[in-house]
Every structure is written in C-alpha cells, then in structure tokens.
Design a protein around this ligand. Structure first.
Ligand code: HEC
Ligand code: HEC
Length: 385
C-alpha cells in the first residue's frame, strides 16, 4: 500500500469505528478510483483479432458480409434481414422486442451490433461464444429468419455471391456441407460486423481531462466531477460497466423483472452452449483447441447456479443514447427510467428469477446526481469511424 492509501484506510477504519459513513468523506477520486477511471477511455485501443474466424479482417469478406447482412432473401419468408432488427443509428429497433418472419416477436430486446468486436460473449444470456457462430442463431431461429442451410445455400448461389464465396473458402457454396456453409456465412457476416466500430465519444475526452485535473489536485472544479463520482463511487456503475466498451463482459443478476421463458438467463443457456455443434471448441472454429476451447471447459467445471441463474450480460454503455428501450426485456423506455431502476435497487424481489447480486442496492440519489448520470450516459455516443 502506498502511504496515501494507508492513510485513507486508517481514516476509513477510524470513521467506521465511529459509525460514520466514510465514503462520502474521502476525496474523490482515491487511487483505486483513479485506476478505474483510467480503464475507461478508449484512446488507440483496437479490438483483438478473432483467431477462430479465418476471414476476420479480410476486406473481401467484409464486403460480402455487408451485402449478406442486408439481404432479406437469406430468410425463409424472404422479407427479414439482419438489418431489419439491427438498422438505424443505434443498429437495433426502437421497440421492446423485434418482428421476424410471419410477424412473430423475438423473446428479447435486440442489442446493438455496434462495437461487437470488443465482446467475448454474445446474446443477453451468452449462448454464443463467438460472433460468427452467433449469426447462425438468427438465421435458423423460427421467429427471426426461419432459414436453414438449403435456403441459405440457394441464395449464396446467386451470381453476386457465388464467386466471392469461392474466393474466400475455396469451394462453391453448392459443394459445401450444410453446417459448414452456415458457419462460413456466419464468419463472413462477423467480418462485416466487426467493422462497425463507433467508440471515440465526448465521454472519453471528459474522462481524460478529469484524470488530469485529479492528478493536479483540482478534481472538484471539473465539470465531470459529480457525474463521474456518482458513476464510480455512489452508483458503483464502474464495478460492471468498465474497460473500453464500458462492460466487464460478464453476467450479473441485477433484478430485471422477467417472467418469460428466457428468465433463467445464463444458467439456462449453459448446457445448450456446451453441447452446441457451432461452439468455439467445435470443428467449425479455425482455432478449435485455442483459448476459447479452454474457456468453455472452465465454464463447464466452474458453473455456479447461484451466480448464473437470472444473470444477463453487462451491455456496453457506448452509444446507449441511440438504443432505447433498455434491458434484456426492453422494459425501461428511457435512460431516466434506467437510473430510477438502479436508484430503487432494481425491480421488486420475486419479479425475476434467481438471486440479485449484492452490488445492486437502493442508491438514494439526489436529482442532481440522477441528471448527472443521464448526461454522462448521453456523452457516451461515439463518432462513426
Ligand atoms: C427478428 C429480429 C432479428 C433478426 C432478423 C436478427 N437479429 Fe440479431 N438479435 C435479435 C435479438 C432479439 C437479439 C438478442 C437475443 C437474445 O439475447 O436472446 C439479437 C442479438 C444479436 C447479436 C448479439 C449482440 C450482443 O451484444 O450480444 C448479434 C451480433 C446479432 N444479433 C447479429 C445478427 C445477425 C448477423 C443477423 C442476421 C443473420 C441478425 N442478428 C438477425 C434480433 C434479430
Ligand atoms: C452488478 C453489475 C452492474 C452494475 C453495478 C451496474 N450495471 Fe448497468 N447493467 C448490468 C447488467 C447485467 C445489465 C443488463 C441487465 C438485464 O437486462 O437483465 C445492465 C444494463 C444497464 C443499462 C441498459 C443498457 C441497454 O443497452 O439496455 C444501462 C443504461 C446501465 N446498465 C447503466 C448503469 C448505471 C448508470 C449504473 C450505476 C448506477 C449501472 N448500470 C450499474 C450490470 C450492472
């Protein structure tokens, strides 16, 4: 411990002994909080390469993926493309759930596909462990695109796709086995999606400036002081919303009301993922024995029902102002509603599955703190690159 931290700890002990709340007494940010703040801004951070996708970063695949993403003829009904549910500025829809083939509704709110290159898990419950395998799910989901390898294969035989596919994978689509074809189409779609990076935001400039002010001892005079203090200290938001994408890429039960068939969250998705023919340990991965396979093995041996039941993935907060409504259910209409949700310590016990994580408690935020948090979330909208 540095002398500074020792002193802070001693002070905290002394105040704790007197039964006083010490948090609000200590100057913000302390050294730990300064480190948390440093983790947030994104300057010069490229997303890691996806070693399980051999066409990742290949310009030809990115172009083909762009066309396929926008092509409704990949769906059995002929009217639903990836873009149908991941369009507009926020690359999502503005309703709680989205409409697929035959007017059917999705179970959950579509997350944005912006910045997916930074994620390690996909879907609210993490039932896909790679971006390319994720794409197989909407393609084949009966309420989304309701497709299969036959429909997809017939479409890939179109003049504008056939030669491109062959150039990338060495075979024509009609010569490919069905599952391989689906995996490869997923890889092409993923190559495109990984170009959808939209990060550098006013937020990053504010955090950088604030850190400099803190180092100079003038943190309290900075315009972002109240917002960042509430985000980091009183609201504990940074415990889960951290790193360049403002997500720990982990799963938490924060107590979002849900009595639907998907309320089990990560726990319910675990077995299907481990048994899935397209998971990252499968033969369709271009690095089947790599770190992803190890990750799955760890998940199998360390699965903890109490932690995983009703747990959903921490969404990135980047561009969050563009992606209303919020939460996996889409139940929160505005960012103000989300802040009220956290201020209440989540939805009432009994309205969701499993046990809420201890970090989520009633916050007792003032109106100024609530407004500062909403403004902070709005400042996270990035410029398109
Ligand atoms: C009918 C609407 C619909 C269509 C069509 C659709 N999606 Fe989605 N998408 C969703 C919903 C809903 C989710 C969240 C599902 C869940 O978590 O249970 C989602 C999740 C995702 C995710 C995960 C994002 C994250 O952060 O976890 C990606 C990536 C994605 N879709 C890409 C695609 C691609 C690629 C296609 C086309 C092959 C596609 N989607 C077609 C509705 C749709
Ligand atoms: C314990 C981890 C944790 C903490 C602490 C936390 N969040 Fe979250 N946040 C999540 C998870 C998990 C979700 C998705 C929950 C769901 O849909 O079931 C979420 C969802 C959100 C959303 C909705 C995003 C979207 O795209 O739907 C916003 C906005 C948000 N959090 C902001 C905050 C703010 C502001 C704070 C602090 C007051 C905070 N979070 C604290 C984990 C956390």
């Amino acid at each position: 411990m540095t002398p500074y931290r020792l002193r802070a700890a001693a002070l905290a002990l002394a105040l704790g002994g007197l039964g006083l709340a010490c948090d609000s007494e200590e100057a913000f940010p302390n050294l730990d909080e300064l480190d948390q703040l440093r983790s947030l801004h994104t300057q010069a951070r490229q997303p890691p390469k996806d070693g399980t996708n051999r066409v990742d970063g290949v310009a030809r695949a990115e172009r083909l993926g762009d066309l396929l993403f926008h092509d409704p003829k990949l769906s059995r009904c002929g009217t639903v493309s990836c873009q149908s549910c991941h369009g507009g500025d926020g690359r999502t829809v503005d309703t709680a759930t989205a409409e697929g083939c035959g007017g059917q509704r999705t179970l959950r709110n579509p997350p944005t596909v912006l910045n997916v290159a930074y994620s390690r898990w996909f879907m609210w419950d993490g039932r896909a462990d790679r971006l390319w395998s994720q794409a197989v799910l909407p393609l084949t989901n009966p309420v989304e695109m309701n497709s299969d390898a036959t429909v997809v294969g017939a479409r890939l035989a179109a003049a504008e796709y056939r030669g491109e596919y062959q150039a990338l994978f060495g075979r024509f689509p009609e010569d490919e086995a069905g599952p391989t074809l689906l995996a490869n189409v997923g890889k092409v779609l993923a190559a495109y999606e990984r170009t959808l990076v939209r990060i550098d935001a006013p937020f990053d400039e504010d955090v950088k400036r604030f850190i400099a002010a803190a180092e100079a001892g003038t943190a309290e005079d900075d315009a972002a002081y109240l917002a960042l203090k509430t985000f980091v200290r009183k609201g504990q938001c940074v415990v889960c919303h951290k790193g360049p994408s403002l997500s720990d890429d982990l799963f938490h039960n924060i107590g979002v009301e849900d009595s639907g068939s998907g309320a089990g969250g990560q726990w319910a998705a675990l077995e299907p993922l481990l048994d899935w023919e397209f998971n990252a340990a499968s033969a369709f991965s271009d690095a089947p024995a790599g770190t992803d396979a190890v990750r799955l093995k760890t998940l199998r041996t360390q699965a903890n029902q109490q932690e995983m039941e009703g747990a959903f993935r921490t969404p990135s907060l980047r561009n969050v102002a563009l992606t209303a409504p919020y939460m996996h259910t889409g139940a929160q209409a505005t960012l103000e509603d989300v802040i009220d949700f956290y201020n209440e310590g989540g939805d009432p016990a009994g309205s969701f599955t499993g046990r809420r994580t201890d970090t989520i408690v009633k916050l007792d935020l003032s109106d100024e703190e609530k407004q500062a948090l909403v403004a902070l979330l709005k400042s996270m909208t990035g410029a398109a690159r």
